[in-house]
Design a protein around this ligand. Structure first.
Ligand SMILES: Cc1cc2nc3c(=O)[nH]c(=O)nc-3n(C[C@H](O)[C@H](O)[C@H](O)COP(=O)(O)OP(=O)(O)OC[C@H]3O[C@@H](n4cnc5c(N)ncnc54)[C@H](O)[C@@H]3O)c2cc1C
Length: 479
């Protein structure tokens, strides 16, 4: 088990059950990875809670989820030998480091006569399945999506029956022997928090049910998905990351919910499926262009002279930019391990365009603070915002955080909830508090520069700065 911590709609588990009389489930804890720069507390907590939920369900069936710790190849070889396993089945991961590791583990297992079978599970269509007519990977989303939808209409991928297939085949816990308990995040140096998302298969399915129910968030998703003060989205991203729900299940359930639905609801469900297609799109980008993990997708954008301003970066991380929608978003990230999609776009634009800081700084920060941190989606989102990626926003399109706030949080409900200093600021000024006359500041109990920071940058200046930096790097004239 890896990023697929569930019994239902799990391709490798279905394959293992089809090919074998007996099946055992194992997960390897890699201390080096768990303690590495790439893993943050919310992601570790999401995975450990998903492991605990999976173990509880497997134990109810008289079996166990074996937790191993250490080097993957050594641990899996020893475990396979201990229970007399002839083959190992696993679901692929497109992360370049995971792929390197899998290659090494496969070689080690095969060298001692254990067969290794890889399946594709975490995406709806694989990286080589949706290609242009000439067989090349897509670099632009819209034609990719069109092709994806055509292919889906012709041959939808139904959820696989892994739960039923494996039900009678799970090895009894007595035959597996004692195994260690699910550790706490603290064991690997991470602080846990009740505010971070908890994952588990039953909870993920309940979340999907709630989202898709008539009267649930899916009804008005097309519009409400952009309003951070509302629970307007599914909140399934940590589950899709830990694999407590299958992507085929999500698509099939959304399609089924469309039948007989109103046109507004159908349109909303269409938009939601489009988001799942974005997820496949960025996954295939990572698999087909693995250099994006270390460098911009568009090579010439490597010449952009990003600034080396640690103080500005710290202000962004610590929600002290003086731009309420940016600070409220960063507060949401820092305290809950999740951030609304609209806000991710706003803070990413602010970091890369207004502060002219390298998108990789932001990508790394998100990686350590998101419960859904996923190299493919995170990298895709950051490179889109920084105008260095596939199908990126044109570099001269820069989000205005004041206008974005006024448009998507018109009453200031979200910023007030996240930033108590702004609680009594009149709505007129809530997205630009520095514009409050001194008397209004006193009445609102919010003195700019004391109770809430003054803006760290003047956007009129930063706009000229970023346009000059991009046009110099790309050798084009300013637009
Ligand atoms: C800078 C930036 C960084 C991001 N980093 C991540 C990340 O590390 N992990 C992650 O899962 N998503 C990431 N996203 C995409 C998106 O913000 C989240 O998937 C979404 O906010 C999750 O909330 P939800 O589950 O309620 O989404 P919903 O709106 O309910 O969407 C359903 C699912 O579709 C997928 N999805 C939605 N929006 C996108 C998108 N723009 N790109 C790709 N897939 C999408 C997700 O799997 C999501 O769970 C990032 C976006 C940006 C702009």
């Amino acid at each position: 088990m890896r990023r697929d911590l569930r019994l239902r709609d799990n391709v490798a588990l279905a394959e293992a059950a089809r090919a074998s009389d007996e099946v055992a489930l194992a997960f390897v804890l890699d201390p080096a990875l768990l303690r590495s720069e790439r893993m943050g507390a919310p992601l570790v907590q999401a995975f450990f809670s998903a492991l605990a939920a999976l173990r509880a369900e497997v134990r109810e069936r008289g079996s166990d989820l074996v937790l191993l710790e250490g080097d993957f190849a050594e641990q899996l070889t020893a475990f396979a030998r201990r229970i007399g396993a002839g083959a190992i089945f696993y679901n692929e991961d497109y992360d370049p480091e995971a792929r390197l590791r899998d290659k090494r583990v496969r070689a080690a297992l095969e060298a001692v006569g254990i067969a290794v079978h890889a399946s594709l599970d975490h995406v709806y269509f694989g990286a080589d399945e949706v290609r242009t007519e000439s067989g090349a990977p897509y670099k632009v989303f819209t034609p990719y999506k069109r092709h994806w939808l055509d292919q889906h209409a012709l041959a939808p991928r139904l959820p696989v029956q892994s739960n039923r297939a494996s039900a009678q085949k799970l090895l009894a816990s007595a035959e597996i022997g004692a195994t260690r308990e699910v550790p706490t995040p603290e064991a690997y140096g991470h602080a846990s928090s009740t505010a971070f998302p908890m994952c588990g298969e039953a909870e993920a399915r309940a979340r999907l049910d709630r989202f898709l129910a008539l009267g649930g968030a899916s009804d008005g998703y097309a519009v409400q998905r952009d309003i951070p003060a509302l629970e307007g989205t599914s909140r399934l991203s940590p589950d899709l990351r830990a694999g407590t729900i299958g992507i085929r299940t999500c698509v099939a359930r959304a399609r089924a919910a469309m039948e007989g639905a109103s046109s507004q609801r159908r349109a909303s469900l269409d938009v939601w499926i489009t988001e799942l297609v974005w997820r496949d799109f960025y996954q295939q980008i990572l698999r087909n262009f693995p250099h994006v993990a270390r460098a911009p997708f568009v090579a010439e954008t490597a010449a952009i002279p990003w600034r080396d301003d640690e103080a500005a970066f710290a202000a962004w991380c610590e929600a002290r930019t003086g731009y309420p929608i940016v600070d409220a978003a960063m507060r949401q990230l820092n305290t809950t391990g999740w951030m609304h999609n609209r806000l991710r776009m706003i803070v990413a634009s602010f970091l890369t365009k207004d502060l002219l800081l390298n998108w990789q700084w932001g990508e790394r920060y998100f990686e350590r603070h998101l419960a859904d941190a996923d190299l493919a989606q995170n990298n895709g989102g950051w490179q889109w915002a920084a105008s260095t990626g596939t199908d990126a926003a044109p570099y001269f399109r820069i989000f205005n955080p004041v206008l974005q706030g006024q448009r998507f949080d018109p009453e200031g409900t979200f910023v007030r909830a996240m930033l108590p200093a702004l609680r009594s600021v009149p709505t007129k000024y809530v997205h630009a508090p520095w514009q409050m006359p001194p008397l209004v500041q006193r009445e609102a109990g919010c003195i700019v520069g004391e109770d809430y920071p003054a803006p760290i940058v003047d956007r009129a200046e930063t706009k000229a700065r970023v346009l000059a930096a991009f046009s110099a790097a790309l050798g084009r004239r300013e637009k």
